[in-house]
Design a protein around this ligand. Structure first.
Ligand SMILES: [Zn+2]
Ligand SMILES: [Zn+2]
Length: 262
């Protein structure tokens, strides 16, 4: 829901500040709402539309909304849909960078708050996945950063759309070299088999079916690029009997600009 705007001039600063304490983290002006992003800066974010509903690659101008791209028809990826409402470019990229430094909380609220309505719009006539799973970081990256920014995003989105977040089930089994240093074919090899779904204690000890993965899972991340990491993670979820994997990311990086991905 769009924040309600009050005519600033009609209210003393201290009243507005108490009601809407947000300060835009991009332009440093009062945001006029309780989130730290103002309407003007948000309007400068590039919308990723029209885009392929399966892989989120931007569609050529003049395409019909919802049209599946040629690559997804010829070689369908293992996931079902991708929701990626924005393109990865300034000033949005500055917020995403902020999500990965400091503690990421303000940025997670902003980005999660923008991703949630896009998800609600996409599933207006469809079935929303049963649960969310954050894309896990490599152990090395997690140690360096101290937290996983995708988990922060998943927490915000899960609360907004009233779906649980399954933490700790999807794990990275090995630390591959950073993706950004590799060409596409090597990226696919690099992360293939790098994920696994951890079974619950009940499953391991008592062969219980409690804790089985839900039928439909949404994999949450901040940005997606070539999809090599998403492909490997999706494969691990499918191998664990997840029937449908949906990919939810804030922004899609054009495959022509792969150097940005982490
Ligand atoms: Zn601003
Ligand atoms: Zn596609």
């Amino acid at each position: 829901m769009a924040p309600i705007r009050l005519a600033e001039a009609a209210y003393p600063v201290n009243v507005l500040g108490a009601l809407f304490p947000g300060i835009c983290l991009l332009c440093r002006r009062r945001s006029g709402c309780d989130v730290d992003l103002c309407r003007e800066c948000e309007a400068a974010f590039g919308r990723n539309e029209p885009a392929c509903p399966v892989c989120a690659e931007p569609a050529p101008p003049g395409s019909t909304a919802g049209e599946i791209c040629g690559s997804c028809i010829v070689a369908p990826p293992p996931w079902t849909v991708t929701v990626a409402p924005f393109t990865y470019a300034p000033p949005l990229s500055r917020v995403v960078e902020g999500l990965k430094s400091g503690n990421g909380l303000r940025e997670a609220r902003i980005l999660g708050g923008m991703l949630s309505p896009a998800i609600e719009a996409r599933y207006r006539d469809g079935v929303v996945p049963d649960a969310l799973i954050a894309m896990p970081l490599t152990r090395r990256r997690r140690r360096q950063r101290g937290y996983n920014q995708a988990e922060l995003l998943a927490a915000v989105v899960g609360r907004a759309i009233d779906r649980p977040v399954l933490n700790g089930r999807l794990i990275r089994t090995r630390d591959a070299p950073p993706q950004r240093t590799l060409p596409r074919s090597a990226r696919l090899r690099n992360v293939s088999g790098a994920f696994d779904v951890r079974r619950t204690l009940a499953q391991r000890v008592f062969a219980s079916t409690t804790g089985a993965m839900p039928r439909r899972v949404a994999l949450v991340d901040d940005v997606t690029t070539t999809g090599a990491t998403v492909r490997a993670a999706t494969q691990a979820l499918r191998d664990a009997q997840v029937a449908e994997v949906h990919v939810w990311v804030v922004a899609k990086t054009s495959t022509a600009r792969v150097a940005i991905s982490a």
